[in-house]
Design a binder for this molecule. Sequence first.
Ligand SMILES: [Fe+2]
Ligand SMILES: [Zn+2]
Length: 397
Amino acid sequence: MCNQTHLRSMALDSSGKQSEQQQQQPPRDSSGNGEERLKLRRTPKEEHEPENYEDLPLDFSPSLFSSLERYLPEQLLNSTRIDKASFMKDLLLRYTPDPERVRIMRHNEYRANILSSYQRLHGEIYSLDPTSFFVPSFLRAFTQKSEQSFRNMMVETSPGIFTFEMFKPQFCEMLLAEVEHMEKWVYDSRSTIMRPNTMNKFGVVLDDFGFDSMLQQLVEDFLSPISQALYPEFCGSSLDSHHGYIVEYGKDRDVELGFHVDDSELSLNVCLGKQFSGGELFFRGVRCDTHVNSGSSEKEVYDYSHVPGHAILHRGRHRHGARATTSGHRVNLIVWCRSSTFREMKNYQKDFSSWCGGCKLEKQKRQRDSINETKEMLARRAAEKTLVELASKSCAD
Ligand SMILES: [Fe+2]
Ligand SMILES: [Zn+2]
């Protein structure tokens, strides 16, 4: 068993300076313009067919909008989808707890500021174009979308860890150039940007620079079917949000990354380039919150060396870290895929033995103990029976 200490939980970095400069928001119960607000219906209009909001940049789950639509007042039900979405978004923001609401509004303003002044270098990579982004082997697997077709183009290098060729070199080059362009803009405009998470001090959040809908489509059309086929007992097809970012390692960048778990259900990590040595990922087994600091077995020890254009897919709870990039410059695209359903369900469960190595060990121990108890009980009964038989025999004699 190897011991791990100080395992960290990698989360979003919301410490950007921008947030300190924001103005105070209007009080929650004010519409701000003196107009009387429209009220929701008390009961849903069941016969109304709600719209699909999947493609809109919203701060809440699109399915929440579809469900809420049946409660809209009559005068709004037949208005445009955009008007309905905007009404519902305002409403949801008003009922979101204050700190969360303020955070969402500040983040929206932060993104709007970037989008209004950042000039894209390669506009074409902001919309998903499967044939120009992906290698043929990756695309072929999606004609069937079966467990077998996905396994055919991947290698399960360690239980629950899949590696595969994903992006064409030309796409990697364009994304690398776009990232350099973003960093130059940050430097030239003296902007303070939020870094990807609490552990990476370099790199950019792609969603903040306009890649949000492209990456959401990547999750829905490509990663979700893979998740459904390969992680059915974990989050399956319930992925409903993501956090997409770039990390950079090497001289004058981050060097290594400590041992941690991601704030995601599934993590996709794709090496974009360039020339580098070192930077291997090391994995040490999947764990739930309770067992996150427990030891790992030899079977769980796995190291992976990055290959440009190749992806590695793993559960966010699969404990890992990155060794030092000893020379050159390594740039990786990371997409954290999340499932609100999985997170909600997790609150009501205690046994995660289908994926947590710690829970599995405890379950096996419980099963062994119970078998031993039954064996002991049977042995006791047999002994008692023999004694009774002997006693009755000796009486008869
Ligand atoms: Fe990570
Ligand atoms: Zn566990």
